[in-house]
Every structure is written in structure tokens, then in C-alpha cells.
Design a protein around this ligand. Structure first.
Ligand code: GCU
Length: 675
């Protein structure tokens, strides 16, 4: 379809030479069982090959001629496939082997879901124009819990959602299961996502009511054949709201009993329920601190009720309090780090990539590496709350790679954030990554064609936190826009530079949180009158006559002191900190000499200009693709880029005008003042 509904699973016909090469190798398939997940894998194989080759493979009982694909978890298949190792619970091997002289493609795994992932990988090979001769691929996910977080309310409003309404149509569930739920599950399974938290972290206790659990059950049934578990958010005060108790104190036996009964009830309805996600004592949400209990006491109480069912509890570390005057950057670490080792085994503490809030660029969160006895899971935001919603093209793969490859130096050099989250704290401990979904009822799911890439990339990074943004962008571009190099190269080029462009026109050189109030769309660096200091952009840039930036060194808030000594040493000095983080940690004079040789003020203006220029370049690149991609999607992207250019210019001009009123410096030569 030309409306983007098919996402990266378009399965367009291969060009004729490729088709002629591939078709003889994929004439039929054999499946070891018809269990639901294997059946889903077989369906996808048929669908994909029908699209790409023009003929679905037939299903046969056994391998008895050339051109077969065997999808199997059987011992004998492993034997013939040469006993591939390292597959773990969810990995797969794809290998070409001769069976009685007939070349056969083996897709084998220890679990049904591994086979499903293997089939999607096999289809990806074809979609991206790779050879399927002499295959020898082994792959397995590095993280166990790979979940989307839907910030979806029960009335279908999506918090920070820019793609229409929630796709969960609660009113019509459980009797009507929108076929879209299946396509949602297919898309997620294709990138290895194995769980979905259906509801907003700002939770409504009603989701735990019996009638809603029946609706959740219906969704779980749709997702189960795709290896996807459902999770829910739990409002900490639910024992009061639903249970009629007077308290939600986690140490109160009646509260404990209420949660135990509620969780037992959930598992009666949904036996493979994944677990709960909790936002507590953050931005007005209830939590254990209301009863002078710690996060660990709150989390453990719920984790204990989940444990007998093998459920997990994801407890968010995104906290900052109204009554706390400490630099907001420091508060999560201050509250959580001392609790290291106090959480139950089935608790994952969910930490945003940066300490403030999903800014276009933030340094990595200081909790990574600092809680070695607590499983920490990464939380990325796929929906672009602070990066221009769905209309600005910003590929987040580069941002996530940057965060994941940051060296925490804990316990030693090379302990990147990726390594921290990949390494279980002890054998069998959970690991994970969550992505705040950008999915909604829009026909194209994500609000724009290019935002689909962020959903896609999230899955790939959750599978392998050490993945690279470039190859992921390339795969997505090929699957989504076609294999013509004249299309792939410009599309990938646009994607790879896009996030830096946003950083440049919104928050260059380590600035952050300068967006307009509430909705966070458009510039607002001048805002200074909001009730809480840390809601005001002026709190973050601290521009004054002398200079600009937030001194977070030991001379200032010392948020820097929460990092390892090696980081403190490198970042504590404006000369050695990467310039892209300069103003996050330092208050720097306007005439400070930057790496380019320009003074800071001139450099700032130059960056704003570069951001706008980069969007202009994306527009030109996209114009060059007219006629090379389908008209409907092409025109939508063209229009969105025009919006982005207009708004990048708005960001630049408003920001420069405001900061100039403080710096009182002339615009550097070469900068064109707004028309
Ligand atoms: C951001 C976002 C909120 C959200 C919060 C969270 O602050 O603006 O809408 O609830 O993050 O992650 O909990």
C-alpha cells in the first residue's frame, strides 16, 4: 500500500533477476509442528514470499526435493543443521544444508518464537537484496525484556502521542478485535519486541478492574502467537481507588493482601501476563514516599506478589520532586543509588537515557553503572515529544547509539551503557529495554513515514544494544522505500544527519529543555514564570551578561560528581568535555574560544544556522527522489519537510533573538538575519 500502513513489511516484488535467482530456493516449506507461533511464522513466510516472488511456497510433510525451507525446533533438525550454538531461548540459526543432496534452508531455534524471529530475519534478507546462498547466520537477543511502553489512556488519548488516537479500542473490546492488532503484533515480532505495556505510566487504576482485564485478555490472545506478552501500568494507590482501603502503604498487610489478590486474579485471566510498570512519586503520581517508604519497599511489595507467577515489576527512576531544590539532574541518582541491592530479583529499575527528560541531546544517565546490584533497564522515547513531534524528520537511531556507547567507566573503562544493561547482575537476572511508543490510529501508525524508522530502530537496539544506527537505517530504508541505490543512499543520508540537525536548531552545544511550556512544541527559552523553577527553560540555560550554560561541576550543582572519576575528569574541564555537551555542564563566557576558533556566541549562531541549513539540504535531497518513490508517501514527506524547515527557522530566529537580548553581541558575519 502507498499509505505506509504496511510499515517495513511491504514485501514488494523483487526485480526480475533477483526473483529468478531466489525462486528455486524457496519453493516449499516444512514446519515441524502447527503450534500457534510456528503457524504464525509459516503464514508470514507465505505472505512475504507471495509478495516478493509472486508465489507462496507450498507446505510439504518432509524435505524430499530441492528448494525447501525447514522451520523447526526439533532435535533432528538441529543435528542436520550442524548443532548451532549460542541461540539461547529466543535466538535462531539460518543455515543452508544438503538433505539427500538437496540444498535446504534450515531456520531452527530452541523455541517457537526463535523460529518466528528467524523467519522474519530470512524475509529481511530478501527484502534488503541480500544473497540467500550458503546461509550461515546465528543471532540471539542480548536483552530479555524488549517492550514498548504505550502512554495510552483508557479514553484513547495518547499522552505525547502524535499519531492519532490509541489503537486500543477499549469500548469495542473484548468482542471486537480490530485486525490491526495482528499487524501490530507482526510488526513488533519482526524486530524482536516481546512485550507491550498497554497503558500510560500516569496510570488509571481502572485498567485493573475485572471488566478491563477481559479486554486485556483479548489483546493477549491476539499477541500470543507472535511471542508478545502484555503488561499493564499499576497506579500505586489502586488499593484505595479500587479496593476501598484507607491506605496504599506498602508495609500494610491489607495493602499487601490486596495486591496479591489482584495479581493472582490477573494471572487467572491471563496466565502468561508479563508484569507491571509503575511510575511512583513522580510528577504528582502516588507512591511509597506518601507513607515515608522507599522506592524499594514499594517495588518489593508488588514484586513479591508477581514472583510466584514469574511476573516482573518495572519501576521507573524518573523522579523529581516539587519540594526538592536540588538540581533536577541529580534527583534520580540521589533517591535510587543508595537503594542498590535492596530490590527483589524480579524488579527492573527503568532509567531514561538521560537525567532530565528525553531531550534532543543529553549526557547518559549517571545511574547507569552506579547500581551494580540492581537490574537497570533502558527507557528510550520513540515518540518525539521534544524533537518536533511527528512532523520533524529526526531518526533517533544515532541518538540511541550515542547513549548506549557512552562509557560509564563503571566498574572500568569500556563499561558502556550498552554493556551495563546487557550484563545480568547475576545468572538468570532480568535485562531489558523499553521504548515509549509512537504508535496510534493514523493509517501510517507513527504519524509520519519516517517516524516508522524509530519504532523499527528501537526494536533493533532492544535486540542488540551494541547495534549501529547506520546499518539499521539502511535496512529500514531498503524495506520501506526500496532497494534502488539512488533511493537508499539519499534516504539513509537524510536519516543519519537528521537528529544532529534538530539538536542544532533547537538546543545546540549542550543546551536542553528550552521547549515551549506544556506541549513542548516550538521554542520557549525565555519562559521564567512557571510555578516550579525546574519547569522553566531559564533554569536550564542560565544565560546572563557573562555567558551561558549550567555549571554542574563541583563549583556548581556538582551533578557531574555523580559520574565515575574518569568522566568527571574529562567533562569537568570545558577544554576536554566534548563540545556537544559543553553548556550542559559549564557556564561559559560569551567570548569563550570554541574548537572552531569562533567565540561561543558566534558558534551558537552558527549552529542554529547549520540546523536550518541541514533541513534545507534534506528538502533538496527529497526533491531529488520525486518519481523514484510512490507519489503519496513522497508528497507527505515533502510537506512535512516544509513544515520542519519553517519551524527550524522559527526555532533559530526566536532563540537567537532571545539570547542576543542577553549577550548583547552582534550577529557574526555570514549569518543572515530573518527576512
Ligand atoms: C515527560 C512527559 C510526561 C510524562 C513523563 C514521564 O515529562 O512530558 O508526559 O508523563 O515524561 O516519563 O513520566
Amino acid at each position: 500500500a502507498e499509505d505506509g500502513y504496511d510499515l517495513w513489511l511491504r514485501y514488494q516484488p523483487l526485480e526480475s533477476a533477483a526473483k529468478a535467482r531466489v525462486a528455486p530456493a524457496v519453493r516449499y516449506f516444512v514446519a515441524s509442528t502447527d503450534r500457534p507461533i510456528i503457524a504464525a511464522a509459516a503464514d508470514e513466510l507465505k505472505r512475504g514470499l507471495a509478495g516478493m516472488i509472486g508465489a507462496a511456497p507450498s507446505q510439504r510433510e518432509k524435505i524430499d526435493q530441492a528448494g525447501g525451507i525447514l522451520i523447526s525446533t526439533d532435535e533432528v533438525a538441529f543435528e542436520v543443521a550442524g548443532r548451532p550454538s549460542g541461540l539461547g531461548d529466543e535466538g535462531y540459526a539460518i543455515r543452508t544444508r544438503n538433505v539427500s543432496g538437496k540444498p535446504t534452508i534450515f531456520i531452527v531455534a530452541h523455541s517457537d518464537v526463535g523460529v518466528l524471529y528467524g523467519v522474519f530475519r530470512f524475509l529481511r534478507l530478501l527484502q534488503t537484496g541480500q544473497s540467500i546462498d550458503n546461509l550461515d547466520i546465528i543471532d540471539a537477543p542480548k536483552l530479555k525484556v524488549r517492550v514498548l511502553n504505550h502512554w495510552d489512556n483508557l479514553d484513547r488519548h495518547v499522552e505525547r502521542g502524535y499519531a492519532g488516537l490509541s489503537i486500543w479500542d477499549w469500548q469495542k473490546l473484548p468482542l471486537h478485535k480490530d485486525p490491526r492488532y495482528v499487524d501490530y503484533a507482526r510488526a513488533n515480532a519482526s524486530i524482536g519486541i516481546n512485550g507491550t505495556v498497554l497503558t500510560n505510566v500516569n496510570a488509571n487504576a481502572d485498567i485493573l478492574r475485572p471488566d478491563y482485564l477481559q479486554k486485556v485478555k483479548a489483546l493477549a490472545e491476539v499477541f500470543r502467537p507472535y511471542g508478545i506478552k502484555v503488561y499493564l501500568t499499576a497506579r500505586f494507590s489502586a488499593p484505595i481507588e479500587l479496593g476501598g482501603l484507607k491506605t496504599a502503604d506498602p508495609l500494610d498487610p491489607a495493602v499487601q493482601a490486596w495486591w496479591k489478590a489482584k495479581i493472582d486474579e490477573i494471572y487467572t485471566v491471563i496466565p502468561d501476563f508479563g508484569g507491571l510498570l509503575v511510575k511512583a512519586n513522580s510528577e504528582g503520581q502516588p507512591g511509597p514516599a506518601d507513607y515515608k517508604r522507599t522506592h524499594a519497599e514499594g517495588a518489593n511489595m508488588m514484586a513479591d506478589a508477581l514472583a510466584p507467577h514469574h511476573g516482573i515489576l518495572m519501576w521507573r527512576a524518573f523522579v523529581y520532586a516539587a519540594e526538592n531544590a536540588e538540581d533536577r539532574h541529580k534527583q534520580a541518582y540521589t533517591e535510587f543509588q543508595p537503594l542498590d541491592g535492596e530490590f527483589r530479583d524480579n524488579v527492573l529499575v527503568q532509567v531514561k537515557n538521560g537525567a532530565i527528560d528525553f531531550q534532543p541531546r543529553e549526557p547518559f544517565h549517571p545511574l547507569f553503572g552506579a547500581m551494580p546490584r540492581t537490574p537497570l533497564m533502558m527507557e528510550f522515547q520513540i515518540t518525539k515529544e521534544y524533537l518536533g513531534f511527528a512532523t520533524h524528520l529526526a531518526y533517533l537511531g544515532t541518538m540511541w547509539e550515542e547513549a548506549l556507547q557512552s562509557d560509564t567507566f563503571r566498574p572500568a573503562r569500556g563499561s558502556t551503557v550498552a554493556k551495563v544493561i546487557e550484563t545480568p547482575i547475576d545468572a538468570g537476572a532480568a535485562t531489558g529495554m523499553a521504548g515509549v511508543a509512537n504508535i496510534g490510529s493514523d493509517r501510517n501508525w507513527s504519524g509520519s513515514q519516517f517516524d516508522q524508522a524509530n519504532w523499527y530502530a528501537f526494536g533493533r537496539f532492544a535486540w542488540d544494544p551494541d547495534a549501529k544506527a547506520g546499518p539499521i537505517a539502511r535496512d529500514w530504508a531498503r524495506m520501506t522505500w526500496g532497494n534502488d541505490p539512488a533511493v537508499v543512499e539519499p534516504v539513509v543520508g537524510m536519516m543519519m544527519g537528521s537528529r544532529e540537525a534538530v539538536v542544532d536548531y533547537m538546543t545546540p552545544l549542550g543546551l536542553g529543555h528550552l521547549m515551549a511550556t506544556g506541549h513542548h512544541y516550538g521554542p520557549g527559552p525565555w519562559v521564567s514564570d512557571l510555578a516550579r523553577p525546574e519547569w522553566n527553560p531559564v533554569y536550564y540555560h542560565k544565560a546572563d551578561a557573562a555567558g551561558i550554560g549550567f555549571d554542574r561541576t563541583a563549583r556548581g550543582s556538582d551533578a557531574l560528581g555523580q559520574y565515575a572519576p574518569e568522566v568527571v575528569e574529562a567533562w569537568g574541564n570545558p577544554e576536554t568535555i566534548p563540545e556537544k555537551l559543553l553548556l550542559w555542564f559549564h557556564h561559559v563566557p560569551w567570548d569563550y574560544r570554541t574548537k572552531s576558533g569562533r567565540i561561543l556566541w558566534d558558534e551558537l549562531v552558527t549552529r542554529y544556522d547549520a540546523g536550518v541549513g541541514a533541513v534545507g539540504k534534506m528538502q533538496a535531497d527529497w526533491d531529488g527522489l520525486r518519481g523514484k518513490v510512490d507519489t503519496a508517501r513522497w508528497a507527505e514527506v515533502r510537506d512535512f519537510l516544509a513544515i520542519q524547515h519553517q519551524e527550524a527557522t522559527w526555532w533559530r530566529d526566536a532563540s537567537i533573538a532571545y539570547f542576543q537580548s542577553i549577550s548583547k553581541r552582534p550577529l557574526p558575519a555570514g549569518h543572515k538575519p530573518p527576512a
